[in-house]
Design a protein around this ligand. Structure first.
Ligand code: F6R
Ligand code: MN
Length: 190
C-alpha cells in the first residue's frame, strides 16, 4: 500500500486565531516590559489590568530542509499611552530566513528593521495586503485600527526565533497615534 502524502489541512478561526492542531502562545502586557517607549504609560496600564495583547497559533509539521512552519496571529486593538498595541518583535535565529505575512482582517502596520544597516521600513498589514519580510530583518506588528488584526505568517522550518537581540537594543522607531494618524518617530525623540 502507498504511504499517504504528508498533507495537512486545518480549520481556522481568523477572529480568535485558533488553528486546529497548533501550539498556542498568548502574550499579555506584563510580558512586553521594555517594548513600549513610554514606560510610565506602560506601568499605569499594567496597574489597571494585565491585558491580553495577542495570540499566535503555530503549526510546525516537520523540521527538514525545505519544510515550512506557519502561524495564525491575532493582535487586539488598543494603546499604551499613544503607542499602538504591538508584538514583541524578533529576528529569525537563522538570519537568512525570510517570511511572508498575509493580512486577513483588521488594520495594522509592520515595522521592519534591517539588522545590518539599521534602516527602518513601515508597511501596511491588513485585509488584502501581503508583506514579504526579507532575511536579516527584525519585524514587529502593530494594530492601528479598532478591530482585531489577524494575519497568517509562513517561514522556513529552520528560521527559529531570536527575541534577545532586538530586546537588548529595541527597535529604533516607534509608531504612535497623533491626532488619529499613525506617525513613525525615533525612539530617542520620545
Ligand atoms: C513568526 C512570526 C509571527 C510572530 C507573531 C508574534 O516568525 O513572525 O508569527 O511570531 O506575529 O510576534 P512575536 O513572535 O514577535 O511575539
Ligand atoms: Mn518571524
Amino acid at each position: 500500500m502507498l504511504e499517504a502524502f504528508p498533507v495537512l489541512t486545518h480549520l481556522y478561526d481568523a477572529g480568535t486565531a485558533r488553528l486546529e492542531g497548533g501550539t498556542v502562545v498568548e502574550r499579555r502586557l506584563s510580558q512586553l516590559r521594555g517594548c513600549f517607549a513610554d514606560e510610565a504609560a506602560y506601568e499605569a496600564a499594567l496597574a489597571q489590568a494585565d491585558t491580553l495583547l495577542y495570540r499566535v497559533t503555530a503549526i510546525e509539521p516537520a523540521t527538514g530542509l525545505g519544510d515550512l512552519h506557519y502561524g495564525l496571529g491575532v493582535l487586539f486593538p488598543g494603546k499604551v499611552g499613544n503607542e499602538y498595541f504591538l508584538t514583541k518583535g524578533h529576528l529569525h535565529r537563522t538570519r537568512e530566513a525570510a517570511e511572508v505575512y498575509i493580512g486577513l482582517t483588521g488594520q495594522g502596520m509592520m515595522l521592519l528593521e534591517d539588522e545590518t544597516t539599521g534602516e527602518s521600513r513601515l508597511e501596511r498589514l491588513g485585509e488584502g495586503k501581503i508583506v514579504y519580510v526579507p532575511g536579516h530583518t527584525a519585524h514587529r506588528t502593530m494594530n492601528t485600527g479598532s478591530e482585531p488584526l489577524t494575519y497568517f505568517g509562513v517561514y522556513p522550518a529552520n528560521a527559529g526565533h531570536d527575541y534577545g537581540a532586538i530586546a537588548e537594543r529595541n527597535f529604533l522607531k516607534v509608531l504612535v497615534d497623533e491626532n488619529g494618524q499613525p506617525v513613525l518617530k525615533d525612539r530617542t525623540a520620545m
